[in-house]
Design a protein around this ligand. Structure first.
Ligand code: IMP
Ligand code: MG
Length: 175
């Protein structure tokens, strides 16, 4: 097994400040309320927990579980819905939330699935927008930070299920 070292990319305070701003943007864009957040498990759970507390509107929270990476670091590029969102989508204001967008296949394909259920509005949010390996177009409505490349861990992001509990976000580099 290869050895990796972690290099800090975003510290706790920087992430917290940005999520507060995103919460204000979401509050401003949804004056009519009736907001449903759909978090993609497992990576979004920490970001979503902070994001909903930064939003000043009544909202409902639900989750979907979608597999795209298996155990490794390369996307398979096919949508596997392991757990579909249970909440009603029709006529709701929905925000689909993930930790990081890479190829964008996961978010764009699941967004299409939700769009077919006729929400009133459907927006997307991700803490990290990683653009180098983009394979399909995705207009992220709310993005925390932009990075070009690299494999990131911490703040919900994992590598083979490790590192999700780190308070900051780190780049993982092979030694
Ligand atoms: P996409 O379909 O290629 O956009 O993949 C998005 C999913 O892959 C996210 O939900 C993440 O769980 C995972 N992912 C992509 N890049 C990273 C990374 O740098 N670190 C950890 N997980 C990642
Ligand atoms: Mg994920």
């Amino acid at each position: 097994m290869d050895d990796y070292r972690r290099i800090i990319l975003l510290d706790e305070q920087t992430i917290a400040a940005r999520i507060k701003e995103m919460g204000r943007e979401i509050t401003r864009d949804h004056p009519e309320g009736d907001l449903l957040f759909v978090g993609i498990l497992k990576g979004s759970f920490i970001f979503l927990a902070d994001l909903v507390r930064a939003v000043d509107i009544h909202c409902e929270i639900d989750f979907a579980r979608i597999s795209s990476y298996g155990g490794g670091t390369v996307s398979k590029g096919q949508l596997d819905i392991l757990l579909d969102v249970g909440a009603r989508i029709k006529d709701r204001n929905v925000i689909l939330v993930d930790d990081i967008v890479d190829t964008a296949l996961t978010l764009s394909q699941y967004k299409d699935v939700l769009a077919s259920r006729e929400p009133r509005s459907l927006r997307t949010a991700a803490l990290i927008d990683k653009t180098e390996r983009r394979e399909t177009e995705l207009d992220l409505d709310y993005r925390g930070f932009h990075v070009e490349s690299g494999f990131l861990v911490g703040f919900g992001l994992d590598c083979a299920e490790q590192y999700r509990n780190l308070s900051g976000i780190y780049t993982l580099e092979k030694i």
